[in-house]
Design a binder for this molecule. Structure first.
Ligand code: G3H
Length: 336
């Protein structure tokens, strides 16, 4: 009984959590096509209906869902972005990123060791994180550019990016100027984003739209396109500090913009929902939505990440329930 259950999980895990590592060619961007940007609208009620139809539908109790939860862990940018961050906290976070799931749980599920997708910290903590992650292959992502408001002068934001890259960050999460989006100045967003992409050099750049402050889904769609045109490697919903962070409607708008950009240019841009995602079943819902709308290719760490500080805890708890539940079922079977 126990072996049978183990095989089921393992098969699903191979299908979903252990696809070969692939690396996408980087999105070079394109000239700003303002006609395309302005032609984009978002049908809010249709989007909200679709989001409602998928929200809350998933449970995490079935065997194959253990594989989805393991998959989710490999896609987390394990994050700490607090005013009271210390070097010790960042080191502990890095240790957790390298060993996110207890060995006995992985063993019971028939899975090899896994790690999170990256660790995400403030610029000031990059060196510490890089040092703590040495030898693990886990990249450090830095939130630079005057995170979270992005209101410092552009030359300082660009300098912060260069400093983060110099300190060893392989990924830079920048924030766009919401005021430009709210006033329809798409050229300014494009120009800033281009300059930031340039300052990143070889480091990948994730553009945080701060969707909770963009006013409308139409602005979210337009900002998504503009950032991709300017060469973003990922578009990301939120800083985690806005009153509303990642949501399913915003996700639908952003991933459909990603799909449209891919259809036109052939380049795949990644997606990172961030802020307030703390439940395993929400993570599984996001993954199912991505699979539906963009396909399996977008379920790899080079094209999808969760920005989350507390999701890992719930995923671990749910995985532990799976393992414990299976043991008691086997026990009942043995004595029954
Ligand atoms: O980019 C990541 C977010 O700041 C994390 O937000 P969270 O603390 O709500 O999970």
């Amino acid at each position: 009984m126990e072996n049978q259950a183990k095989t089921t999980v393992k098969t699903a895990a191979v299908a979903t959590a252990q696809l070969p590592q692939v690396h996408e060619p980087r999105n070079p961007g394109m000239d700003l096509d303002l006609d395309w940007v302005l032609s984009v609208h978002a049908n809010t009620s249709a989007i909200e209906r679709r989001a409602a139809s998928i929200s809350g539908r998933r449970s995490v109790k079935k065997d194959y869902q253990a594989a989805w939860m393991l998959k989710a862990i490999t896609l987390i940018d394990l994050t700490t972005l607090s005013g009271d961050d210390t070097w010790g906290r960042v080191r502990r976070l890095c240790a957790k990123a390298a060993h996110p799931v207890r060995a006995d749980i992985l063993d019971a599920l028939g899975m090899p060791p896994i790690t999170t997708g990256a660790v995400c910290v403030y610029h000031d903590m990059v060196e510490t994180a890089v040092d703590a992650l040495k030898g693990t292959g886990i990249p450090v992502a830095a939130v630079s550019t005057g995170f979270p408001a992005g209101l410092s002068p552009l030359h300082l934001r660009l300098e912060e990016i260069r400093e983060s890259v110099k300190a060893g960050a392989k990924e830079i999460d920048i924030v766009i100027s919401r005021r430009h989006a709210l006033t329809g100045n798409w050229q300014a967003i494009y120009d800033e984003m281009r300059a930031m992409r340039e300052a990143c050099g070889d480091a990948h750049v994730k553009a945080i739209l701060a969707t909770g402050e963009l006013g409308t889904l139409r602005n979210v769609a337009r900002a998504s396109l503009v950032c991709m045109m300017a060469g973003a490697d990922f578009i990301k919903t939120s800083t985690g500090k806005e009153p509303v962070n990642a949501t399913l409607p915003v996700t639908l708008v952003m991933i459909r913009a990603i799909r449209a950009y891919h259809a036109r240019t052939g380049y795949r841009v990644g997606y990172k929902p961030a802020g307030g995602i703390s439940k395993a079943k929400d993570a599984v819902t996001y993954l199912a939505l991505i699979k539906d709308e963009l396909g399996d290719r977008w379920l790899e760490p080079d094209l999808f990440r969760f920005g989350a500080s507390s999701l890992l805890g719930d995923l671990e708890r749910q995985l532990e329930h799976h393992v414990t539940g299976r043991y008691s079922a086997a026990h009942r079977h043995a004595i029954g």
